[in-house]
Design a protein around this ligand. Sequence first.
Ligand code: CA
Ligand code: CA
Length: 209
Amino acid sequence: MEIDDHQISKRQGHAALMLKSFYRVFWIIAALGIFCLVLSYAFSIIVRSVRGHTGISVKGMTKDIKVAMNLFKTAYDRYPVPPSETQFLRTEGVLLQSLLGQDKESNPRAIKFIDLPIALDGKHGLTGLKEKDQPISSTTTLTDLWGEMYYLLIDADGDNRIPNPERRPEAIFKHRASALEFLSSSIIIFSSGPDRDPKTWDDNIGSWW
Ligand SMILES: [Ca+2]
Ligand SMILES: [Ca+2]
């Protein structure tokens, strides 16, 4: 079968149109790909920023508690509760009431050593309170951003060092390297992090880092 000039030019026209369509689709896909990359990069920056902010506010609280405990020690030459460098103390009960100047036995001069926010939905502050400076009850706790009380260890034998809880047999790591056996400090405080598990150290937030 013979193909005349008209048919050839018609086929060439089809080929050119197909090529044009192909390029158009290619550029649409490429543009979509670039858009998705930019979007995911922007999202990762926002997530990092939010995580950084929460980390800072929890770390700030661990340091504030530590300062308050040291101020208490300076004022009374003892801590509000018996020190322990093996059993975790929590931000509740006499420890909390004493730091807030609300336990007459432990803190007879009623000195307020720390100013704490009221928790929102049980998180990041004093739980069960409606107003700031309201007397706390026996069930009030001081929680981190994820609703868990903080963990404290206090030097009990006066050598100004505390066995590092990161070295306990139950400690779980995925990314972090092994830590020092002892921490040179009289008090350490940490949050169990977003997973609310004190044994998992990748997300825990400590006063000593
Ligand atoms: Ca010690
Ligand atoms: Ca954890």
